[in-house]
Each structure stands twice: as structure tokens, then as C-alpha cells.
Design a protein around this ligand. Structure first.
Ligand code: KIV
Ligand code: ZN
Length: 388
């Protein structure tokens, strides 16, 4: 897709892994709208669903595939011919279709279909070959890769590459790995598996230990050039790597991570809100990048610092993620400087004595209320002017 060695492809799976989060089901129209936003913001590959899972998933993937303008549209398929054929039927009308087929390769996952190592290796060969005969772009994943025996992992990846896989995704299905291990695993796989330099390695991390973003970025340092992620980190259990976090981490810390994506960061806030309403999963206030408090400062020291120089407490510009600006909500921790700035914003240029009086009234109110709104400030200044 790109020859630039530092370009990291963004593979969004909000509509597949994200939607697998219990209670996050989205309607057909919501999925089309989210896919359009993802396509428009520069996501490279959109995993639009699991076509054999339901008629609804098939219909959504097919429609998204037809409408995509730039992104490659991908569907998920188990390592079974009917899954792969159904997936191909759903994505085939896309300019850039992709089939993503997977099988659980760790001892625990091998026990489920009750296949021996050799039987599973044969299944991988047959299913990837079948997918590749249908579609020029095939991604293969050894599910639970981070708990798969090293020798077996190398063996099955080599089989998938020889059968025609173009992307090898390494899922940390249960969020078990840690950053150094994540980097080392990708690095060693690329150095060891024959043919590894002809495919793109992807990283797919879950957040069970809160390390999904760190693990994904470490994998990129190890040589992965595709990050699988979701908007707001939506996904099974504790979720997936959050798209907005990896995009902004690479943008802000290009000095130590010299990689880049094609995502327009100014569109992050809008899509975050859209996914939150469609999925019904509110974004936690202190969520990195897109949380309500990510660019808000209430304490007096922080507000004073921000009024003097925004870099004092912000490492990125709120405008770069699609916000109008920093917010300095007034609360009991706020100081005089923020109150004066707020009064100015509201059109009141007060002298020192009146500021002192309004400040006392403001503190008394802030002790009773979590947040003091503009209307409260207007009421306070009016009462102060009238000497109430
Ligand atoms: O977490 C996982 O292993 C997956 C696979 C289907 C790639 O989502
Ligand atoms: Zn997953």
C-alpha cells in the first residue's frame, strides 16, 4: 500500500471488534455513517464487520464496501471456507477489498476445535490459499499469538505467508503482553520467519492490563507497520488500542517515535462523539485525547499557568484534535486569575475591589456546587454590583 518505511497503516475495527463489546450494537445506518467518517479522516483499512455472523453484518459490510472512497474494506472470517466465501461476497464490490481470516493458535485455543498442531497447520494452508484465490489482499491472524509457542507461531506464520497472506496480524487477544515483549516478538518474527520481509506485520492489542496503546506503539518500534485499533478504545472486555491515542502519540512524540499515519487528527473529537452516541458507551471524563477533561484545567495554579502560557500544562493543542480550545472550568480549586479571565470573556471589566468581592462570593458558591457556570458568574457579579 505504501513503500515508505515509517508510514504506519491504521486499521480500524470499531465496527467489528468494537461492536463485539457487550451492549455496543450499532444500527445499519450508524455503521454506514461511522464508516464514512473513518474513510474521510484517512483510516487505511476499515474492518466493517463479520459477514457470516448475521444478515445485518453482511448487509453493513457490503454497503460500506460499495461506498468506500479511499479506504480498503475488510471483513472477518474464521478459518472455514463458508466464512471466507461469505466474507468475499460482502467485500468484493470495494475498490480495495480485504479478507481477514484467523484461527486461535495457542494451546488453549487449539483445544477448542480439537485440532492437532499438524491438522491446524493444514487448515491454515487451505483457508489462506482459498482466501487468496478469491481476493488479492488477505490478512491472516493467529489468535492469541502472544500465548502461542514460539516455534509453532513461526511455523504457522510461514505457512500463511507461503499461502499468499499479504498482512500478518499478531493479536494480543487477552491483553497479556507488555511493551518490551510486544516489540521483541515482532522484531524476532520479522528476523526469523522466511518471507516475513514480503508482508506487513500488524499489531492488535487488547487493554486488559491497560497496556494496549503502549503495546501497539512498542510493536511499531519492533517493525509492525499496521496498528489495529478502535475509536474510544471500544472493544471486548477492557477494549482495544484506542485509535485517537496512537495517532496523537505518533504525532506528538515523533521525536522519539519517528513514524506517522495518514489520519487527520482534527477529525478525532467528532468521530469519538459519534461512536459514543451510536454505541451507547460514554467516554470517561479523563480519557486521553477525547475525554471531557483532556484539555480542561480547574485548579488555580494550573489555570494561572495556562493563562500565561498554554504549554505549561498542555502537550498538544486542543485544536489539533478538533476542539475549539482549552477549557478552564470554574470550581472550588480555581483562583482569581481564572475568575478575572472569565469575567472578561463575559464582558465585565472589574476593578480589584469588585474582583475581591466577587471572588469571595464565587468561593462560597463553588464549595456548594461541583462546577460554576457562566450564568452563576453573571448572577454573582449582579449581586455584587447591587451590594446584596
Ligand atoms: O483479539 C483477537 O484476537 C481478534 C482476532 C479476530 C484478530 O480480534
Ligand atoms: Zn480483538
Amino acid at each position: 500500500m505504501t513503500n515508505d518505511k515509517d508510514r504506519v497503516l491504521i486499521f480500524d475495527t470499531t465496527l467489528r471488534d468494537g461492536e463485539q463489546s457487550p451492549g455496543a450494537t450499532m444500527t445499519h445506518d450508524e455503521k454506514l455513517e461511522i464508516a464514512e467518517l473513518l474513510d474521510d479522516m484517512g483510516v487505511d483499512i476499515i474492518e466493517a464487520g463479520f459477514p457470516i455472523a448475521s444478515e445485518g453484518d453482511f448487509a453493513a459490510v457490503s454497503e460500506i464496501a460499495k461506498r468506500a472512497k479511499n479506504a480498503s474494506i475488510c471483513g472477518l472470517a474464521r478459518a472455514q471456507f463458508p466464512d471466507i466465501e461469505r466474507c468475499w461476497d460482502a467485500v468484493k464490490n470495494c475498490e480495495k477489498p480485504r479478507i481477514h481470516t484467523f484461527i486461535g493458535t495457542s494451546p488453549l485455543h487449539r483445544a477448542i476445535p480439537n485440532l492437532t498442531m499438524d491438522q491446524m497447520a493444514d487448515r491454515i494452508h487451505e483457508t489462506v490459499t482459498h482466501a487468496r484465490n478469491l481476493c488479492p489482499d488477505v490478512q491472516w491472524s493467529p489468535m492469541d499469538a502472544t500465548r502461542t509457542e514460539w516455534d509453532y507461531l513461526c511455523r504457522v506464520i510461514e505457512i500463511a505467508i507461503k499461502a499468499g497472506a499479504t498482512t500478518i496480524n499478531i493479536p494480543d487477544t487477552v491483553g497479556y503482553t507488555a511493551p518490551r515483549e510486544s516489540a521483541d516478538l515482532i522484531k524476532r518474527l520479522i528476523a526469523t520467519v522466511p518471507g516475513a520481509d514480503e508482508v506487513i506485520f500488524a499489531t492488535h492489542c487488547h487493554n486488559d492490563l491497560g497496556m494496549a496503546t503502549a503495546n501497539a506503539l512498542a510493536a511499531v518500534e519492533g517493525g509492525a507497520r499496521q496498528i489495529e485499533c478502535t475509536i474510544n478504545g471500544l472493544g471486548e472486555r477492557a477494549g482495544n488500542t484506542a485509535l485517537e491515542e496512537v495517532v496523537m502519540a505518533l504525532k506528538v512524540r515523533g521525536d522519539i517515535m519517528p513514524f506517522y499515519t495518514g489520519v487527520e487528527s482534527k477529525k478525532l473529537m467528532h468521530i469519538s462523539r459519534r461512536v459514543a452516541t451510536a454505541s451507547g458507551f460514554n467516554v470517561q471524563f479523563n480519557k486521553a485525547i477525547v475525554g471531557k477533561n483532556a484539555f480542561a484545567h480547574e485548579s488555580g495554579i494550573h489555570q494561572d499557568g495556562m493563562l500565561k502560557n498554554k504549554e505549561t500544562f498542555e502537550i498538544m493543542r486542543p485544536e489539533d484534535v478538533g476542539l475549539a480550545g482549552t477549557s478552564l472550568p470554574l470550581g472550588k480549586h480555581s483562583g482569581r486569575a481564572a475568575l478575572r479571565a472569565k469575567l472578561r470573556d463575559l464582558g465585565y471589566d472589574v476593578g480589584d475591589n469588585q474582583l475581591k468581592d466577587v471572588f469571595v462570593r464565587f468561593k462560597a458558591l463553588a464549595d456548594r456546587k461541583k462546577e460554576v457556570y457562566d450564568d452563576d458568574i453573571v448572577a454573582l457579579i449582579t449581586a455584587s454590583a447591587e451590594g446584596d
